[in-house]
Structure formats: C-alpha cells, structure tokens
Design a protein around this ligand. Sequence first.
Ligand code: 13P
Length: 278
Amino acid sequence: MLVNGKEILIEAKRQNKAIFHFNINNLEWTKYILLECNKLNISVILGVSESAVNYMGGYNTVVNLVKGLIKDLDIKINVILHLDHGKSFESCKNAIDAGFTSVMIDGSLKELEENIRITKQVVEYAHMKEVTVEAELGAMGELKDDQVSFGKLTNVSDCLEFVNKTKIDSLAASVGTVHGKYTKELNIDYNLIKDIADSIDIPLVLHGGSGLSNDILKKCVLSGITKINVNSDLQDAWSKGVRKFLEENKSVIDPRKIILSGINNLTKEIDNKININN
Ligand code: 13P
C-alpha cells in the first residue's frame, strides 16, 4: 500500500529501528526492490531524485509505475514514494500533485532564514494533501570525481529553530556523512546525532548511507537516526553484476537479460543493509 512517511517513521523511531530509503532509477529497480522488501516484510521508502524523475519520464509516470507494480505484484508492505532532494517548491508541488506520498525540500545550501521560508511553503502545501515533508540543514559532504568536500555540520540550536518554525515531519541534518561511495574513514559525529535526536521529537534522516559498514550504520541508529538513505551502494552492486555478465556473455543483446544481470547483486545489498535491524 502507498502511504505517507508519518506513522512508519515515528514507530521506527520509537523502536530504535531503521527504515531504509532506496533510490530507484527504472522499472527493474523499482520492481525488484518492492519484491525483495515484500519478501522480507519490511516497509520501504522509494527515493526518486529529480534527475531520476526526468529520466523515467516525469512525476506521473513514476507514480503510475509504482502503483501498477504494487497492484500487479500484490505487494502487501507499506511503500512510501518520496521525492529525494527536491530543489524548489515547484518540484515538490509537482510530485505531490502527481501522487508522491512524501517529499524532501532541500534548501540546505541557502541561508537559514531562506531555508525556513521555502520549507514552510512546502510543508503548508504538502500537509493539506497529507504528504509528509523531510528537509535538510547543514551541507552534506559530496564525493565527485574521487574528490571529497566534507560539507558543514549542523548544530542543535539551528535544528530546534528549523523544526519549530517549519513543522517538518523528518529532518536530514548534516552529521559527517558524504553522498557517494566514500569508503575511507569518516568523522561521523555520533554525539551530535544524539544531541539533535534528544532535542527534537521528529525522526532524523541519515543521507549518504553508502560506503558505511553495518556497524557504523547501527551506531548511527542507536545514536538517534531513523531513516537511512542508500543509493550508491546499490548502483555499485548492480553495475558490478552487469559488467561481469557482459564480459562473460559477449553475444547477449537482449536488454532485459543485461539489466537483470545486476539485480541479484542489488537485492543481496538490500538484504545486507536491512540486517542492521536484527
Ligand atoms: P549515497 O549515494 O551515499 O548512498 O547517498 C544516498 C542519499 O543520501 C540520497 O539522498
């Protein structure tokens, strides 16, 4: 069933468990993430970036694809369809109008006042339609062409002010992780996670969930993280499978066989990640 993020994240926070956000790119990823999570009987957040929305055809295409798969595959678990890193009110509105059940407005690169203003605008529209809103404070680290920029950690008083003024449903605070498959040691500030989690009463989101061991992810959850976003680890696992298949099967031209050759790795990576809840 397609639901918004509210109850599921609050319940997970209460139980000190993680809910995973897996980014989707196409029909096959969506189908097999849904089938795997349904088999494991866990709620899942399907994260779709603006560029993935454009790649797949548009907001309506994504909504109808997800709804169609839920129906045709008889998916029983709760599924949250979430816009990842919405850059403007307009993109959040487009996602909401098409039927996304959750949106992220990312005003993290703006000044605090402006971030509050745009986030409030999204919350007012989204809550009218029973759609939940995630927003971000502090700048996330980024990995680009093997170069890392470590971003800017956030602080507790900004988080308090931001949450109180915007009435968001979940907060992505920059705590030292990096977007992308960064495998070297990171300085994740577990005390900061704990301090923020203790001072606000909404679930906290960890962006950049790739390249981190399960022990680290577990420590983040025990410190106060509820939602974990994973993209690059799935891409890495899937593409390794496809590369190997193409090298070993030079005459295969059927795109279905090629795309599916990475799916086993993808679902194994999902199984691996969700182990942190056991
Ligand atoms: P990774 O690519 O590091 O897993 O980050 C994903 C993410 O945070 C999406 O919002």
